[in-house]
Design a binder for this molecule. Structure first.
Ligand code: 5GP
Ligand code: ZN
Length: 114
């Protein structure tokens, strides 16, 4: 997927502020943060979105879910955090490589209710 932004970030062709990486997953700061902390949790594998997941992706997606509270703690989000997966244009997805937004405020202020 040569024209995929997150594949380019995954390959290091486009710079990003990476906070975590392993053999399956990379995590970097959103370029336009919507909270004090706004990370994007992205599988190295190019998967377009939730509608495109295969049974073989179950462990990978589970791994990403278990990573979220660890990242939140590392980022100082002791007060709680929000996770979002946008799916399709109608769901507000802009980058068609699946990712989980991890958002939170380091101060006591809460995120607005959705
Ligand atoms: P989506 O709307 O697809 O769920 O989220 C895409 C996110 O990627 C947006 O929050 C947007 O700010 C972020 N984004 C877009 N381009 C870049 C980029 O070049 N670098 C980084 N780090 N984030 C980006
Ligand atoms: Zn991709």
């Amino acid at each position: 997927m040569n024209d995929c932004l997150f594949c380019k970030i995954e390959k290091g062709e486009i710079p990003s502020s990476k906070v975590y990486e392993d053999e399956d997953v990379i995590v970097f700061k959103d370029i336009a943060p919507k909270a004090d902390v706004h990370l994007l949790v992205v599988p190295r594998k190019h998967i377009i979105g939730l509608n495109d997941l295969l049974p073989e992706d179950q462990a990978l997606m589970g791994k990403m879910m278990l990573l979220l509270p660890k990242l939140a703690k590392e980022q100082g989000l002791e007060n709680g955090f929000r996770t979002i997966i946008n799916t399709g244009k109608g769901g507000g997805q802009e980058v068609f490589h699946i990712h989980i937004h991890l958002l939170g405020n380091t101060s006591k202020k809460s995120l607005p209710f959705v």
